[in-house]
Design a protein around this ligand. Structure first.
Ligand SMILES: Cc1cc2nc3c(=O)[nH]c(=O)nc-3n(C[C@H](O)[C@H](O)[C@H](O)COP(=O)(O)OP(=O)(O)OC[C@H]3O[C@@H](n4cnc5c(N)ncnc54)[C@H](O)[C@@H]3O)c2cc1C
Length: 308
């Protein structure tokens, strides 16, 4: 892992820097590159523009590691309201949630209950309900939550991370339940015995895991989502999809708002199913630091915003 990435991911955990950054208007200005605004209405407006290009949307309200169960209930209620908004919006919109945003650090049972509630509402309006993957200490619990929710509500998707050494085994164990999987490279600082320290190994794992999912998709045993902005990798995998006989409808490509936008449009115009993940909310500090860590050159945008 590069020194820049390590430093930025350490900074992401600092409550002091969190307070400082969220009070500085120039940092807030810099976040505009990756989020249309803090309000749900900003996110919904941006999604309407993407819809005109045939792109779907996945929404996430920022926030993680909540420290009160009352806050987790408020998050659940927010998403229930948001799903109602989606139902009337005419958007191909879905939501994606971090288990610690529903209180996983405080109560597994309550987090599970909230997930059941939200997955049921999402299913009632015909959407896929997504569960994000956080750092490696949460993987076992998140997999257990996914299995529980999926057993009641089939249209539930889970994020898996290619940088984790355990992921090939996790994927094989999930295939018998016809999972919906968004594969990403992985955004957290992890020790070398848990995750590949070299990017080339993660990239290779991403290819191999997606290849396996595409093969399963062609037989109807998996719905894979390529959650990456790595265009050469996507191009190679689109070729693998064809080789396996997986149709354009049997897999999707998801990218983050504001990243590789021209490529998102191009892939859509070439017939791929593309969705853009839009984040909103005021708790953007940790999430934003992870975006900087993915590409430390992004720090330059913060500097430019500081200079006005
Ligand atoms: C839809 C979606 C959902 C995600 N959900 C999760 C999750 O639940 N858990 C998790 O751990 N991670 C999640 N991630 C983040 C993911 O793990 C990676 O950190 C992130 O996608 C960057 O890796 P990459 O695959 O784009 O590849 P990279 O090889 O890092 O990047 C490829 C190219 O994409 C562009 N790029 C990538 N990141 C940035 C950036 N921040 N700013 C500007 N350009 C950039 C650059 O041009 C770069 O050369 C998600 C990502 C996406 C797209």
């Amino acid at each position: 892992m590069s020194i820049g990435r390590t430093i930025l991911l350490k900074m992401a955990k600092s409550p002091f820097l969190n307070r400082q950054a969220t009070q500085r208007s120039f940092v807030k200005r810099a976040t505009k590159r990756f989020m249309p605004g803090e309000e749900p209405a900003d996110a919904l407006r941006a999604a309407q523009l993407l819809k005109a290009e045939g792109r779907g949307t996945v929404f996430t309200k920022l926030g993680e590691n909540l420290t009160s169960l009352a806050d987790a209930e408020a998050v659940r209620d927010h998403y229930l309201w948001f799903l109602d908004e989606l139902a009337t919006s005419g958007l191909d919109g879905h939501v994606s949630i971090k288990p610690t945003q529903l209180g996983l650090d405080l109560s597994y049972e309550q987090c599970e209950t909230h997930l059941f509630t939200l997955a049921a509402r999402s299913e009632a309006i015909g959407r896929v309900f997504w569960i994000d993957m956080e750092d490696s200490s949460y993987v076992d619990r998140t997999l257990a939550l996914y299995r529980a929710v999926k057993s009641r509500h089939p249209r539930v998707g889970l994020c898996l991370q290619a940088y984790l050494r355990r992921t090939p085994a996790d994927l094989e164990a999930l295939l018998p339940i016809t999972p919906i999987i968004r594969l990403v490279k992985g955004a957290y600082a992890e020790p070398a015995d848990v995750a590949f320290p070299l990017k080339a190994d993660t990239d290779r794992a991403f290819f191999d895991l997606t290849d396996r999912m595409l093969q399963a998709a062609a037989g109807g045993f998996c719905v894979p989502v390529l959650g990456t902005h790595d265009i050469p990798l996507i191009d190679r995998l689109v070729a693998r999809a064809k080789a396996h006989g997986a149709t354009d409808k049997q897999y999707e490509i998801h990218m983050l708002y504001g990243i590789r936008d021209a490529d998102q449009r191009r892939l859509r115009s070439e017939g791929r199913a593309v969705k853009t993940l839009i984040s909103y909310g005021s708790a953007w500090y940790r999430w934003y630091m992870r975006r900087l860590a993915e590409r430390p050159a992004n720090v330059w945008f913060v500097v430019k915003s500081m200079l006005g």
